[in-house]
Ligand binder design. Sequence first.
Ligand code: URA
Length: 207
Amino acid sequence: MPKRNVPEGTAPEPKGRSLSALREAAEDCKRCDLWKHATQTVFGEGPARARIVVVGEQPGDKEDLAGHPFVGPAGQLFDKALDELGIDRRQVYVTNAVKHFKFEQRGKVRLHKSPNPGEQRACRLWLEGELARIKPEVVVCLGAIAARNVLGTKFKLMQQRGQWIELPSGARAIATVHPSFVLRQRDSASREREWRGFVADLSALLD
Ligand code: URA
């Protein structure tokens, strides 16, 4: 798709109310500076009528290159949790709070950097647009940034993880740790403990 000439600080208006119109508009988003170094916008993917929407933080290195959410190591761990619970990822809409990869270049490696509050705010209309169009029954937040964007800045992930919270839309939301938090654990005992906690939180989806 050819790049449109979009002024800095803005994004094209979606041409229509559909999810695909929203996705197309987001391709040329310049509402913050993250588009400048990222390869592409990584928009959410999955059925437009999904019952469950999963929200992560932002695309990582692999997602930025592939143009798809949750396809790298964190995504593989997330897929493994869904497998364990018998949930088919193809039935789930998977997206991120921020749609461009933010990183710091260290030699050949691009190290993940957390998006700041201004970048999260600039991106929020895309997530709000996805939720307004899909109207899911359930929203799952992976990690603190996703949780804050969906549940508000007062949300305390480690105290409130695994608990259902009703959103103003009537949907139910639940938050758990980000899969990369599980991957980052130093030893195998901690990794196993955090993995079990992650799957236990997500098992609320089976209720
Ligand atoms: N981490 C996220 O939060 N989202 C992705 O898409 C990949 C890694």
